[in-house]
Design a protein around this ligand. Structure first.
Ligand SMILES: [Cu+2]
Length: 157
C-alpha cells in the first residue's frame, strides 16, 4: 500500500489533484479548510469503489486532532445540523461517494495546531475489513476544481 501511496504522490507532486488507492478503493482530492488550534476542522474527499461489493468507510483518525468523526450535514426545519454517522458511509459497488460541503464530512475534533492554507493534514481512513488508507488533506479556502482538469484562473461559475 505504501508503494502505491508514494507513486500517487510522485505523479501528482505538481498542483494536480491527489489520488490515493488501495485495493478497489480510490480516494480523490482530500481537502480541508483553515482553522485555529482547539477548534474543529473538516475533511472532504471523494471515495470510489471499483469492486463488486460495497465498501464502508468506518472511521478515521488523525494525529492532528483529538478525535475524528464521520458526520453528515442536513437541513432540519430550516437549520443546518450535523449528525454523527456511527455506521460509517457506504460506497456502493462500482460507485462513488463525495464527502463535500453540505453533506458527509470528516469532523476533526479539537485541532492540536492551527492549520493554514497550503498545509497538509494527515488522516487515516479505516474501511470495513480493516483496510486503511492514509491521505493528506490539502488546506485550502475553496473546493478543488471538479473533474481533475488543470485549474483555470479568472473563470468562475
Ligand atoms: Cu461535522
Amino acid at each position: 500500500m505504501s508503494r502505491l501511496l508514494i507513486a500517487a504522490l510522485a505523479l501528482t507532486a505538481v498542483a494536480a489533484p491527489v489520488a490515493y488507492a488501495a485495493g478497489p478503493i480510490t480516494v480523490r482530492q482530500p481537502w480541508s479548510r483553515p482553522a485555529q488550534a482547539g477548534m474543529n476542522g473538516v475533511g472532504f474527499l471523494t471515495l470510489a469503489n471499483s469492486g463488486k461489493t460495497p465498501v464502508i468507510l468506518k472511521s478515521a483518525t488523525s494525529p492532528a486532532a483529538g478525535k475524528v468523526e464521520i458526520h453528515q450535514s442536513a437541513m432540519v426545519g430550516g437549520v443546518m445540523t450535523m449528525r454523527r454517522q456511527d455506521n460509517g458511509v457506504v460506497i456502493p459497488a462500482g460507485g462513488q461517494v463525495a464527502l463535500a460541503p453540505g453533506g458527509y464530512h470528516l469532523m476533526l475534533l479539537g485541532l492540536k495546531q492551527a492549520q493554514g492554507v497550503g498545509q497538509k493534514v494527515p488522516v487515516t481512513l479505516v474501511f470495513d475489513g480493516g483496510r486503511k488508507i492514509q491521505v493528506e488533506l490539502a488546506v485550502q479556502l475553496a473546493p478543488p476544481a471538479a473533474g481533475g482538469a488543470a485549474e483555470h484562473t479568472g473563470h468562475h461559475h
